[in-house]
Design a protein around this ligand. Structure first.
Ligand SMILES: *Cc1c(COP(=O)(O)O)cnc(C)c1O
Length: 358
């Protein structure tokens, strides 16, 4: 028997989530966001399964070229754009859509000698203040791109929400209104919504939605759970109990002796640690499923192991543990570690094995 974590990736859950997102935004095309190795699910394998979406969103050119190399002929959008003429030419040659988010990239497009023109998305900064052109600079840059021979006309238009995960925050409405005011009457496709926008801002669905997290079956809303939107977790992180230890009342467990047994009890040691991508900041009490039952993780998470108080339950070496996924929402683990489900899904390390369940 092997005692190492396995991330199970379930195709039926992925397909269910695509159907759900299609039902939620029935008039929009779906750009499946697969940056960061498809949020830790495996870029090539996941995109092969996502054969019924309208395109893929990636952050960096290396990710898009890897997809092309795998034989993917779908529409690919480089959401951070490119920064050098050689990369712009690569994008042209491989027919990658390029996001243009600042004036320097517009100059690059105007100067470049490309083998063929590129599809571009001009990104407007409507309030995130990370990437995107400012509202006051937009009309001029849009005009220049509309007359640029390297651009397949018309330019498409996008923006990104900063607080769509906070229900009721009026900022999202303000961003939607600013974007619509700027792009009104312009011919290109429009795209605003990440997962949170897709799930909660139907009036902003527009031509394209750009969900990432929801595709993988997690809820981006603060305090949210996948089941609130009938989404199913695609990844289930599994491992095994590698030891069961008796601990007496008052004895501490693990580094720093941060937790002590209140009474005589048993500790199951599970083969999963921060070296696999489990969050080291998860607090005592974070649930772990062993044989389908919830038990509290106790003490500090180690590199290769974590410890779970199982009392007198009949748990044995080799029993199955689930760290997140089916039966244990990744959102709940993220909350207990003061992080977000995105970080846990992206953070699985090279040591974790993947099992794809078709
Ligand atoms: C990552 C990203 C998304 C997807 O965000 P989720 O919250 O995972 O749905 C959408 N658009 C852009 C520009 C992104 O960078």
């Amino acid at each position: 028997m092997r005692f190492s974590p396995v991330a199970e990736i379930r195709r039926s859950a992925l397909q269910h989530n695509v159907r759900r997102l299609r039902a939620i935004a029935p008039n929009s095309k779906l750009l499946a966001v697969v940056k960061a190795n498809a949020y830790g699910h495996g870029l090539v394998a996941l995109t092969r399964w996502l054969d019924n979406v309208d395109g893929f969103g990636l952050a960096r050119i290396e990710e898009a070229l890897a997809l092309r190399e795998s034989g993917n002929r779908a529409r690919l959008v480089l959401m951070e754009g490119v920064f050098a003429e050689a990369d712009l030419e690569q994008a042209a040659r491989h027919q990658l859509d390029v996001v243009i988010h600042d004036a320097e990239q517009v100059r690059l497009l105007e100067r470049a000698r490309l083998s063929q023109p590129v599809v571009i998305w001009l990104k407007i900064d409507s309030g995130m203040h990370r990437l995107g052109v400012r509202a006051e600079d937009f009309p001029d840059l849009y005009q220049r791109l509309s007359h640029c021979a390297n651009v397949i006309q018309p330019p498409h238009l996008m923006t990104h929400f900063s607080v769509a995960d906070e229900p009721g925050n009026p900022e999202t409405q303000r961003q939607i209104e600013l974007f619509h005011r700027l792009v009104q009457g312009l011919p290109g496709d429009k795209a605003l919504c990440n997962s949170a926008g897709t799930l909660t801002q139907p009036e902003a669905h527009s031509d394209w939605i750009r969900p990432g997290l929801a595709l993988y079956g997690a809820n981006p809303m603060m305090g949210g759970r996948a089941e609130h939107f009938d989404l199913q977790p695609v990844m289930t992180m599994r491992s095994k109990v590698l030891a069961v230890r008796k601990v007496k009342a008052g004895e501490p467990v693990g580094y720093g002796q941060t937790w002590r047994a209140k009474q005589d009890t048993h500790i199951a040691v599970v083969a999963m640690g921060y070296g696999d991508g489990y969050p080291r900041h998860a607090v005592s009490g974070t649930p772990v499923l062993i044989n389908g039952q919830r038990y509290p993780m106790v003490g500090r998470v180690s590199m290769d192991m974590l410890t779970v108080e199982v009392g007198s339950a009949p748990i044995q070496v080799g029993d199955d543990a689930v760290l997140w996924g089916e039966g244990l929402p990744v959102e709940e683990i993220a909350d207990r570690a003061e992080t977000i489900p995105y970080e846990l899904l992206c953070g699985t390390t090279a040591r974790v094995q993947y099992r794809y369940i078709n």
